[in-house]
Write a protein that binds this ligand. Structure first.
Ligand code: ATP
Ligand code: MG
Length: 330
């Protein structure tokens, strides 16, 4: 609900307006009263009560947002982030109310992410654990033999658990800033070639194109390597078998652009930003057995942000997905 003094931009002006109005009322009462010979004491009482009523009307709501904030803050301390305060006034209290509402929205979003995180982590840890447990039970009960095949299946589940825990640790370390970020001058071609080499037999499926060989960026070698490894793993995983993926590095103005492209099914429309969210997995990744945890791109985005760059996903014509990383050039 709007209040009479809401359009005024400062508390000082509002107080001034209230005082001027009170003085005006007093003057009017005295001018009229003197003409009718009313005793001064009575005039004083009338003027006083009229002024008080008017102040009550004009100043209505000047401090109520403060009271609202105090009670909303108390609710927040108890874990209720849904409360918002009135922010119609344009003065300092209104500004404070707007900042308060913004903070409440941020906190509520952080709280939602934290809840999702716990739910997702528990789910992702439980799935491989239950399947491991089922296989072990079968072996113990003699339903299956502890042969090469069942042991390999168990190892795969253990690997999955291990990878998930490693990624979670990495993400939490990145977010808490507990690992210092110490950028050094990096030669991009050696970082890219090293990441490709590490793919083992899959390295044969990666075509590297670097028109300029002396591209340099300021970065943390381990982390840059992580970004490339995550993008390459995704590209290879989503490509049809034997199909090649391509890595290209080039300079554009003051930036270095790294592109990893594949000829897989690509992303669905609207997925381009979602894939960078923690635990987001496309339908195929969620249903498939070898799908990851949905953390690879979230980690990549974190690292690229840390380097002052940006990452985006786009369509690779005629088909597939292209991840574009832009970093400031040294
Ligand atoms: N090159 C790609 N082609 C098609 N879809 C992709 C590609 N890269 C990522 N995606 C989609 O984005 C989702 C999120 O990717 P992300 O790397 O974050 O997780 P993930 O690969 O499922 O698991 P993780 O990387 O943690 O092992 C994937 O599940 C997939 O649906
Ligand atoms: Mg991935």
């Amino acid at each position: 609900m709007r209040r009479p003094l809401d359009p005024l931009r400062s508390i000082k002006i509002k107080l001034g307006a209230v005082i001027v109005a009170a003085v005006a009322v007093t003057l009017v009462v005295f001018t009229i009263g003197v003409r009718f010979d009313i005793p001064t004491i009575v005039l004083g009482l009338i003027a006083g009560s009229l002024s008080l009523t008017m102040i009550q009307f004009l100043a209505r709501g000047m401090t109520s947002p403060l009271r609202e904030m105090a009670s909303a803050a108390a609710a927040m301390a108890e874990g209720d982030y849904s409360r918002r305060v009135t922010e119609t006034s344009r003065d300092e209290v209104g500004e404070l109310a707007r900042a308060f509402n913004l903070m409440a929205a941020e906190l509520s979003e952080t709280d939602r992410i934290r809840r999702d995180l716990v739910a997702n982590v528990s789910h992702d840890l439980r799935t491989p654990l239950s399947s491991l447990r089922a296989t072990l039970e079968n072996v113990i009960d003699g339903v299956t033999q502890p042969d090469q095949k069942s042991l390999a299946a168990m190892l795969a589940q253990v690997d999955r658990l291990g990878a998930l825990v490693t990624q979670l640790l990495e993400l939490s370390r990145l977010e808490s800033g507990s690992i210092p970020f110490e950028p050094v001058e990096l030669e991009l071609d050696s970082v890219i070639l090293a990441s490709v080499r590490e793919l083992g037999p899959d390295a044969e499926r990666v075509d590297v194109a670097m028109p300029r060989s002396n591209l340099r960026v300021n970065g943390d070698p381990e982390r840059m390597h992580r970004v490339l490894a995550n993008l390459l793993h995704n590209a290879l995983r989503h490509s049809p078998a034997q199909e090649h993926v391509s890595v290209k590095a080039s300079s554009q103005g003051n930036s270095v652009v790294i592109e990893v492209a594949d000829r897989g099914p690509g992303l669905d429309p609207g997925e381009e930003t979602k894939v960078f969210e923690r635990f987001y997995r496309g339908d195929s990744a969620r249903s498939g057995d070898e799908g990851g945890a949905g953390l690879g791109l979230a980690i990549a985005r974190w690292i690229v942000d840390l380097h002052g760059g940006s990452i985006r996903a786009e369509r690779n014509e005629p088909s597939g997905c292209r991840m574009v990383v832009t970093l400031p050039m040294t």
